[in-house]
Design a protein around this ligand. Structure first.
Ligand SMILES: [Zn+2]
Length: 650
């Protein structure tokens, strides 16, 4: 099955012509009884026949119902969405809705086609002479489209409306689109076009703009699982709730893909989660939970044993890692939204075991595992041996979970704890400083902020420890928690050169602002006179600054050029401060302790939160000196990770 219609072949040729010209008398009065029919795949057998049968497409159905009520149905539709969500199914329901004449033969267009009149039954059986379906994947040329255009000139043979359904319409050639466009601009009154595509971006805007567009949604897992449950019941098959959930998950929003998996499961007699996982080549969910337990407890032997089991059962280890990622995401969600544990959307095992892990693992630990796995999944794709690569990732995860999280380490150091052993409990309990959300919400700054315990007045700094260019430590607290300063409503006049330059940034003059900070030396700041020396292009910078000042503070400032050397530029001054900070951070006892606890780590960027946007200390305070080292905070959860294998973990 590679595209929308492979499992839904066109009806047998009933008499020549591109679309087939089945004469009306060949149309059977009703479909053959189901008992007598040969086996049909579930996707076909349970294909929705009415708008009410369509699952997961509520807004499309609502809008179409309203259009039929108001008798304002478009003459061209564009249905888009991933494969298997129901695009051609929707197209066929629209075709019947347009052409239904009701059981008594007197009905008009309706959003609820009867399913029994001659038009309904012929369309259902794919053999209505006026409802013509074409797959643009195989008919891409301008001649194919000319054939359609030719057909639009004739009145419908027996229906009210000729309906052209063109699937995978993005495959049409440019000339074919152009040929179509003219007909779309002035569609004959008895013609409706319904286009379907998985790749909307490849459809020319000129065509799109003449269509009513519907985006068919991926169907949510819980809805799919319920749908599959009902169908399994009708088929007399019993599948466990967890087995159905696995199928729904693998279907990834596609009803049709899910139904063909259900077909397989029923044919193989796979009724529980283990059997379905085997069938899907997945490690079953219980094993993924066991594996995560082992990894978070730092037990590599156990983790690799579980991996061997999964491999022996045919699971792809890349998929296994993706399953672990999925599980970490689930646990993080359970942590953030505890009410999910009460809902019915999740299978039992995920609610109970997932909930237990969410209680046990801190956000910092989850975030670190996520980062390592995410990188690992990418590594596997490029590794010569997927199994080896996956095992390396899992071993790395085991080691990482034995390392204390940085916030924990700092807490131990600052609260007088002497135990710096690397085996410090990997399963950090929640509720401590390891949860940035909680600690941040309470203190507003972050409970690992050293200045709170030391009482020192020094400005806070932000340090990243790195090895070989990557960042190692993620953190419990970060600058996100520092409340932004409120913006003044009216700009007060600048009191210093730096404030004047900042004003330029506020006035959204980024180019001028950039020149002022890195190419302009202040010679004299003595309101209303300001003398500057610009490196280049001097005249332009002064004129631009003067013009801006005149706009914001009319008639208040005079900018003039000077040939005196003046101060270093703001950027030069900032660079000096960075150098001073770097030196003082290296001396800090906490940093020394951390370097010892994480062998091989190096100090990367030093960020001092007390500095302004120019990397300079506030102008009203005493500048930073060597004997007042900055306090420390750590990088936020989304900081880059270093390669743990670059560390000396042995
Ligand atoms: Zn009907």
């Amino acid at each position: 099955m590679t595209d929308e219609n492979d499992d839904l072949p066109l009806p047998p040729d009933t008499g020549g012509g591109f679309f087939g010209d089945a004469p009306a008398q060949d149309i059977p009065a009703s479909p053959p009884p189901a008992e007598a029919a040969p086996y049909r795949v579930l996707a076909r057998k349970y294909r929705p026949q009415t708008f009410d049968d369509l699952i997961g497409q509520d807004s499309l159905v609502r809008i179409l119902r309203r259009a039929f009520e108001l008798n304002r149905v478009a003459h061209a539709f564009m249905l888009t969405g991933v494969r298997g969500v129901g695009k051609t199914t929707t197209a066929r329901i629209i075709a019947r809705a347009l052409n239904c004449i009701g059981p008594d033969g007197n009905g008009g267009p309706t959003a609820d086609p009867c399913g029994v009149c001659a038009n309904c039954t012929a369309i259902l059986a794919d053999r209505h002479p006026d409802v013509l379906e074409m797959d643009a994947a195989s008919r891409t040329g301008v001649d194919d489209v000319r054939e359609i255009i030719e057909a639009t000139r004739f009145r419908p043979m027996q229906a009210r409306m000729k309906v052209f359904i063109i699937d995978e319409v993005h495959m049409l050639s440019r000339n074919a689109f152009n040929a179509l466009l003219k007909t779309l601009e002035e569609p004959p009154p008895q013609v409706t076009f319904i286009f379907a595509t998985t790749e909307l971006r490849k459809v020319p805007v000129t065509v799109l703009s003449r269509c009513q567009r519907f985006d068919l949604r991926r169907v949510p897992q819980s809805l799919l699982a319920g749908h599959f449950h009902n169908i399994a019941l009708k088929e007399g098959a019993t599948l466990s709730e967890d087995a159905l959930a696995l199928i729904a998950r693998a279907a990834d929003g596609s009803v049709r893909d899910g139904l063909s998996l259900l077909d397989q499961a029923i044919a193989q007699g796979a009724s529980d989660a283990d059997a379905v996982a085997d069938m899907l080549g997945l490690a079953d969910r219980g094993l993924v939970f066991d594996l995560l337990d082992a990894l978070m407890a730092g037990k590599p032997a156990e983790a690799l044993d579980l991996t061997d089991q999964a491999y022996a059962r045919g699971a792809d280890l890349g998929v296994l890692l993706a399953d672990l990622l999925d599980l970490l995401h689930l646990i993080s969600r359970l942590k953030a939204i505890p009410s999910l544990r009460e809902g019915r959307d999740l299978p039992e095992a995920e609610r109970t075991r997932g909930g237990a892990l969410a209680d046990r693992l801190s956000n910092a630990v989850l975030g670190r595992a996520w980062q390592i796995l995410l990188k690992g999944v990418q590594e596997i794709e490029t590794a010569p041996d997927r199994r080896q690569a996956a095992e390396m990732v899992l071993i790395r995860l085991c080691h990482a979970s034995l390392l204390p999280t940085p916030d924990r380490l700092i807490r131990q150091l600052t609260e007088g704890g002497q135990d710096l052993s690397l085996s410090a409990g990997p399963l950090t309990p929640t509720g401590g400083a390891s949860s940035p959300v909680q600690s941040g919400a309470v203190s507003g700054i972050g409970s690992t902020n050293v200045s709170e315990s030391s009482g020192g007045p020094a400005p806070r700094a932000h340090v990243r420890l790195v090895a070989n260019g990557g960042t190692i430590l993620e953190p419990g607290t970060g600058y996100a928690e520092v409340a932004p300063e409120p913006e003044p409503e009216l700009p007060p006049p600048p009191r210093t050169w730096r404030e004047m330059v900042a004003m330029v940034a506020r006035e959204r003059e980024p180019v001028l602002h950039g020149m002022l900070r890195n190419a302009v030396h202040l010679v004299r700041f003595s309101p209303p006179d300001v003398q500057i020396r610009a490196e280049e292009p001097q005249a332009r910078i002064e004129r631009q600054l003067q013009k801006l000042l005149d706009r914001v503070y009319p008639g208040q400032w005079r900018i003039s050029a000077s040939t005196a050397p003046g101060e270093p530029t703001l950027d030069e001054q900032g660079a000096e401060v960075v150098a001073i900070n770097q030196a003082s951070v290296e001396e800090h006892p906490l940093v020394q302790a951390i370097l010892k606890a994480f062998p091989g780590a190096k100090i990367g960027d030093v960020q001092d939160h007390s500095l302004d946007e120019y990397g300079l200390p506030p102008e009203i305070t005493v500048p930073l000196t060597d004997d007042a080292p900055p306090d420390l905070e750590f990088a936020p959860l989304d900081a880059d990770f270093l390669d743990e294998d670059d560390l000396n973990l042995n």
